[in-house]
Design a protein around this ligand. Sequence first.
Ligand code: SAH
Length: 218
Amino acid sequence: MNQNRRLLSFERPRRRMIEEQLIPAGISDARVLQAMNTVPRHLFVDNALRNHAYQDSSLPIGEGQTISQPFMVARMSELLALEGHERVLEIGTGCGYQTAVLSCLCRRVYSIERVAALHDKARKNLRQAHHANVMLKCGDGLLGWEEYAPFDAIMVTAGGFASDVWINQLCEGGVLLMPEGEKGSHRLVRRRKLAGGIEEAYFDACTFVPLLKGELRR
Ligand code: SAH
């Protein structure tokens, strides 16, 4: 099957994901719903899992990691309230699916993954899905990406506790969104960097794979 036909062939399950999962679960930002309807999620999972790609669940992507549940990708994207002009740093590229969704919503996405095998996989997936406004790096996201700072938003897609450098690498008015907490029990927190301090808001309880130190190459 050629690329175009394969993209088209999953149109119906993708539309059902929007109508039967995301909208009923409360996702309402039209740009986010449009992005979720555009990105071919099935190209970001292994062949054997393609038919499950639009299910309401996370799925394994290798190296003990997962592609986040569609709802969580949409929810986190919505909480950033992007308008299209922003530069966004993502920590935890995984297979690149959230990266692809973000790339539809802002000017440029910078994404860091600590596991080299996943970084390579994400590069391949993003190329195949034709997402060009993305820069990927293999390394420890806890260090941020100084070279391209400051960012309008930082989204962390692994659970744990914030690194101090992230707030430093935000613009004034910029937001840091992450699943915060001890292993297995996280809550989404959004912190906005303002001239007078940090404004903080808590959202959904959730469970993410852990945020770990250092990079992994083998
Ligand atoms: N964004 C992905 C979610 C991937 S799971 C999606 O679209 O579904 C989270 C990823 O964070 C894993 O691949 C894990 O290896 C990575 N990760 C964990 N700690 C990290 C760190 N310190 N720096 C960069 N990536 C990290």
